[in-house]
Design a protein around this ligand. Structure first.
Ligand code: PLP
Ligand code: ZN
Length: 421
């Protein structure tokens, strides 16, 4: 990993540096902090050749992450498949479509395992014993799982109406769960006060700059799996707007370090229409997004006042990309489409990304021959309630051949029944 002298927190507006401390905004101008690196020094120690002897997971990029002296990887997080699409691409009449599949990210089946990986490294170095988060579901799962494994106490804060599977997937690890009567934005405001009052490491609050660096590994892996090449387009689901900006940071760093050739990459953001402050801002060409009150089945993306919204909007615009959103029925459709064509079962956020990608091709904002990567960020088993109505239970039959024949006749009708003999 990098020696601590190679990175520190820096204000994204005024540029003031703050060393390495558990805080997320500049005390001078109240703008967000991010981890800034000394890339000239990094160039000397971070070499692509070093990777060849390392396992394929997010820790292979340790030099490019703020991990603290003496850090040893606790568990093999990340290292997910990049799948070349055949049937989905054929159906859309396009080529060179890839799916980065964090639905199978270890250990808790979403890309949030990556951000919790770097956040808990920071929690350890700063001496926190209790960690937590404000969460739309997946982050709570990841915090609970990794806290259990690493011996932290966990206390997570969630909106009261989260999907039952997401709540259970947190509870099973023994984390304390505090359900809040309110939406994510209420939960997050409360967590800012809690981080002030208690000596707790809240991964996306006072540890947020370290947390968000973990998202970069999703981008590093895409470039490496394309054969150390950048794609033409990436389509990224947006909640707080952090992931999309960190994939961009990852690509830029790889260019700076000379690991990939520079080329323009267009960034496309995906949201649910029922919570679309960022895509709405892009589509209406607003200077600043307008906060919304979320109302969508894509609960993992339901952040009405996204912390990194302004940075996501700027990135999308500067890159020549675009943002779109899809309705709840379109999300359900897209979940089924991805499952039926590629054998990948994603959660509602993945339905958003696939549905938006379909729109972007239809609008010709993405060209059929270009290399496009769709980021699938979470697992469908966590949001089965969103699609359950599409698949009512079928009638059970007796364990007899005649019963099956009768069943087939009823299913297929007279024509098919005739063809069978
Ligand atoms: C949190 C989350 C996102 C978006 O993350 P941000 O960095 O907040 O934009 C995307 N997909 C899933 C499944 C998530 O849980
Ligand atoms: Zn500042």
């Amino acid at each position: 990993m990098s020696p601590d002298s190679l990175y520190q927190l820096r204000c994204r507006e005024c540029g003031k540096t703050w060393g390495n401390v558990p805080r997320s905004f500049c005390e001078d101008c109240f703008s967000p902090l991010e981890v800034a690196y000394d890339y000239d020094a990094l160039k000397k120690i971070a070499r692509r050749e070093n990777l060849s002897s390392r396992s394929f997971n997010m820790w292979r990029y340790s030099e490019l992450l703020p991990l603290g002296e003496g850090f040893t990887p606790p568990t093999a997080t990340g290292g997910t498949p990049l799948v070349l699409s055949h049937k989905l691409a054929a159906q859309w009449g396009i080529k060179n479509l890839y799916l980065k599949n964090d639905a199978v990210c270890f250990p808790s089946l979403s890309f949030k395992d990556r951000v919790v990986g770097t956040a808990l490294a920071a929690a350890r170095r700063f001496g926190f014993e209790t960690v937590g988060c404000s969460s739309t579901g997946n982050l709570a799962n990841a915090v609970a799982a990794q806290a259990a494994q690493q011996g932290f106490d966990a206390c997570v804060f969630i909106p009261a109406d989260l999907e039952p599977a997401k709540v259970l997937n947190t509870a099973v690890y023994g984390a304390r769960i505090v359900r809040i009567n309110g939406n994510y934005d209420h939960v997050n405001r409360l967590c800012a006060q809690i981080a002030d009052r208690f000596q707790w490491g809240l991964v996306n609050v006072n540890l947020r700059p370290y947390y968000s660096e973990g998202s970069k590994t999703h981008g590093y892996e895409i470039a490496e799996q394309l054969g150390w090449r950048l794609p033409d387009n990436v389509v990224v689901p947006m909640a707080g707007g952090s992931l999309i900006t960190k994939i961009a940071k990852a690509f830029k760093e790889l260019v700076t370090l000379g690991w990939v050739n520079d080329k323009p990459v267009k960034f496309f953001g995906a949201q649910a229409t029922g919570c679309s402050p960022i895509s709405d801002g892009v589509k209406r060409n607003l200077a600043r997004f307008e906060p919304q009150k979320p109302n969508t089945i894509a609960r993992s993306l339901a952040i009405g006042n996204p912390a990194d919204g302004p940075f996501a909007m700027k990135l999308i615009r500067d890159s020549g990309g675009w943002a779109e959103d899809v309705s709840d029925p379109e999300i359900v459709d897209a979940i089924q489409l991805l499952a039926e064509t590629e054998g990948i079962f994603t959660e509602t956020a993945g339905g958003v990304t696939v549905g938006v990608t379909r729109k972007l091709f239809a609008q010709n904002r993405i060209k059929p021959e270009e290399t496009t990567v769709i980021c699938i960020t979470g697992n469908g088993l966590k949001t089965t309630d969103a699609i359950a109505a599409e698949f009512p239970a079928t009638e059970a039959i007796a364990p007899r051949l005649e019963a099956f024949e009768a069943y087939l006749d009823a299913q297929l009708g007279a024509t098919a029944a005739g063809a069978k003999t």
